[in-house]
Design a protein around this ligand. Structure first.
Ligand SMILES: C[S@@+](CC[C@H](N)C(=O)[O-])C[C@H]1O[C@@H](n2cnc3c(N)ncnc32)[C@H](O)[C@@H]1O
Length: 272
């Protein structure tokens, strides 16, 4: 069989590198432009504002944020992953008011009080080691009336696809994997509600339809590599073959393969 597009990931990558590539492609799979536009609209970002992207990953959202606040505003992306520095350099950000800092959440937050008009944190607050401290620091660096948009995957995000993956590989998430990260609705948003005052719940849905089995395999190869974490002993091609055949059977029966993408979060305003 033929897979038309592969990620650049080689056959065997260290687990951490696989995770990073998967993060890199989260937004592409949500539909880059839509998610960035949705973020900008929810934050009500305007030209001239200062915005910070907390846990920015490869910076896919940070650059559109910079476009929204250009020419006199500024967008900053922060992340502790040194490998992303090369990705930041490679971004098309010519002439845009954007910068990136390597920074660890555990370290003291270096930004002054009230230095940002808006903050966004996508798929990140769920894994901050000290969430309480982080939320207080985000609040501190926001200007009075500053806005914060926090998002994460909804519990049913890609649920059927993940189920197919686990069934195919004959493995299921370990307790350690299941316990990784906090629950958005049960833990993260309630803490934000406490510290900022009740926020507005937001949702973003973008179902992906794949008419051909190779499209599903490509999705798996480029956008959903978390499953490979637990299956390091299998080769990438074996897994892609399994996914391809399962998708082929599904499409023969249902005509198309649909992967639900669901994101949820909260929008907060710092009361003066
Ligand atoms: C799930 S990713 C989200 C990336 C990006 N916001 C996106 O939506 O694609 C979480 C990010 O948090 C970063 N991160 C993890 N631990 C960190 C730490 N201790 N300090 C700073 N950033 C960290 C990771 O490198 C990763 O880029």
């Amino acid at each position: 069989m033929e897979y038309e597009i592969y990620d650049t990931a080689p056959e065997t990558l260290p687990t951490e590198a696989i995770r990073m590539r998967s993060v890199a492609s989260i937004h592409r799979r949500f539909g880059n432009a839509d998610l960035a536009g949705w973020t900008i609209a929810n934050l009500g970002l305007a030209s001239g504002e200062r915005v910070i992207d907390i846990g920015c990953g490869v910076g896919h959202i940070t650059v559109p944020l910079a476009r929204a606040v250009a020419p006199d505003g500024h967008a900053k992306g922060i992340d502790n992953e040194t490998d992303y520095a090369a990705a930041w350099d490679a971004l098309d950000r010519e002439g845009l008011p954007v910068s990136f800092d390597l920074w660890r959440w555990e370290a003291p937050w270096p930004w002054p009080n009230g230095s940002y008009d808006a903050a966004v944190s996508n798929f990140t607050l769920t894994i901050m080691p000290d969430l309480d401290l982080a939320v207080k620091e985000i609040r501190r660096i926001l200007h009075p009336n500053g806005r914060l948009l926090v998002t994460g995957s909804a519990p049913d995000d890609q649920a059927e696809f993940m189920q197919m993956h686990w069934e195919l590989v004959g493995e299921h998430p370990t307790a350690e994997m299941a316990a990784r990260g906090r629950d958005m609705t049960a833990e993260v948003l309630p803490l934000l509600d406490d510290i900022f005052g009740p926020g507005k719940r937001v949702e973003f849905a973008n179902d992906l339809s794949f008419p051909r089995p190779q499209d599903v395999a490509e999705f798996y190869a480029t956008g959903k590599l978390y499953g490979l974490l637990a299956t390091d002993n299998r080769t990438r091609d074996d897994l892609l073959d399994l996914i391809f055949h399962a998708a082929e059977a599904h499409i023969a029966k249902h005509g198309t393969y649909v992967v639900k993408r669901r994101l949820l979060g909260g929008l907060y305003i710092k009361k003066p």
